[in-house]
Design a protein around this ligand. Structure first.
Ligand SMILES: [Zn+2]
Length: 406
């Protein structure tokens, strides 16, 4: 019997997709490991007994697991294993059977070696399915760096919660620009000059907005009601929260990620809230650090070209950011680098500090990846259909983030 057959049976049983089944089975394999295990190790992580027994039954039928009776002799305080019942205790010579007053009997299991080998083969296949072959080497290097990474998160991770996509949000705001200047405004947005577009709007080209505070409040409203009730398979927040890192950086205003970090949720920070960078690195609270402000504090939100220039000319801000860029490998996720200001900042920081970072993005064109590479940004291109759905992106990203630690 092959792993494929087993997965088909489990998929039908659990009414789930093949890849969810693989995730479930490989998780089971991670918990069980190569040693003797019993339900107790699964109970402690919240596994239900019925589910455990069902899976064990299927694994047994496929010879992927051997069942043992592990028994403790109360008279001699010793533990032994046997494949069959009844038999005679090695210590007290009494018969071991069910029910038994002198022995505590626990059903225990050992997974076969071929099981983890087949799981590994299956994972390698999925890896080549999800990551374009030319980029596997970058992924393997990221794996080597996995204990020194800081995820840098963009708006792509929040869109499943029905929050605006960064570029689209600025485009939608064109309706507040007076009619004869809308084309000019939209052109700025198309070029990635988002903050410049807002500055342009505020210079007398809108009858609705004339101050940066109004823009901050408008954007804060757009981001104020994420739909947090969506299915956990339809977004990547848990996968991101599980990344082994000291903290997260984000240019997002929303603080959804914070909801998914193990309770008690640490307070999200703006970068200038960090008082002492070295002790912040050691803190390991998985805080989310916002570089462009947080919606709960609208006045911190960077929305105009002037805000942006002030921030990036702020010595303390730049020193903190440079400390992070020079000590950590950043992994850009949900980021498209279509923000001209940020791209320029990134190029400048690399020119002055050097260092290599990573970008995980869907269907990156070789031309773009060469350009990223010129700026020491190593691309991991997710291999997706041309008109991929949000869910396809989420699935591929989930696999890659989990695969980092396998
Ligand atoms: Zn005994």
């Amino acid at each position: 019997m092959s792993l494929e057959t087993l997965m088909n049976i489990v998929s039908i049983d659990e009414k789930c997709e093949n890849e969810d089944t693989f995730e479930m089975i490989s998780y089971f394999n991670d918990i069980a490991g190569n040693d003797l295990f019993s339900f107790i190790s699964f109970q402690s992580i919240g596994y239900e007994e019925d589910r455990f027994n069902k899976l064990i039954k299927i694994l047994k039928e496929h010879d992927y697991v051997t069942e043992y009776f592990s028994y403790e002799c109360e008279l001699y305080e010793a533990t032994e294993l046997s494949e069959n019942l009844p038999f005679y205790c090695e210590y007290c010579n009494k018969e071991v059977c069910i029910p038994d007053i002198h022995h505590i009997i626990t059903l225990s299991y050992i997974l076969s070696e071929s099981f983890s080998a087949e799981i590994n083969d299956y994972r390698v296949n999925l890896r080549t399915k999800y990551i374009h072959k030319d980029f596997l080497i970058n992924f393997n290097n990221l794996k080597k760096d996995k204990n020194n990474i800081v995820p840098f998160l963009g708006s792509g991770i929040s869109t499943p919660f029905r929050l605006p996509n960064w570029k689209k949000m600025f485009l939608d705001m064109s309706e507040y620009v007076i009619e004869e200047e809308q084309t000019y405004y939209k052109n700025l947005v198309e070029k990635g000059e988002f903050f410049k577009a807002i500055t342009f709007m505020l210079k007398g080209h809108s009858r609705s907005f004339s101050t940066e505070k109004q823009i901050q409040q408008h954007i804060a409203r757009l981001f104020s009601s994420p739909n947090l009730a969506i299915d956990e398979k339809s977004h990547n927040m848990m996968d991101i929260a599980n990344i082994n890192c000291e903290f997260f950086l984000t240019s997002n205003y929303d603080s959804i990620l914070n909801e998914f970090i193990t309770r008690p949720h640490p307070n999200p920070l703006c970068i200038n809230d960090i008082e002492d960078v070295p002790s912040f690195f050691r803190e390991r609270k998985k805080r989310v650090v916002h570089i462009h402000g947080i919606i709960d504090r609208p006045s911190t939100m960077i929305v105009t070209e002037e805000n942006y220039n002030d921030l990036y000319n702020n010595v303390e801000f730049m020193n903190r950011l440079k400390a992070i860029f020079s000590h950590k490998k950043l992994v850009f996720i949900g980021f498209s680098f279509d923000d001209a200001f940020f791209s320029e900042f990134y190029r400048n920081i690399i020119a002055s500090l050097g260092g290599e970072h990573y970008l995980i993005a869907a269907n990156v064109h070789p031309f773009s990846s060469d350009e990223f590479n010129n700026n020491n940004l190593k691309t991991i291109s997710l291999n997706l259909p041309i008109n991929y759905s949000g869910q396809e992106y989420v699935n591929a990203l989930r696999f890659v983030l989990q695969d980092l630690y396998k």
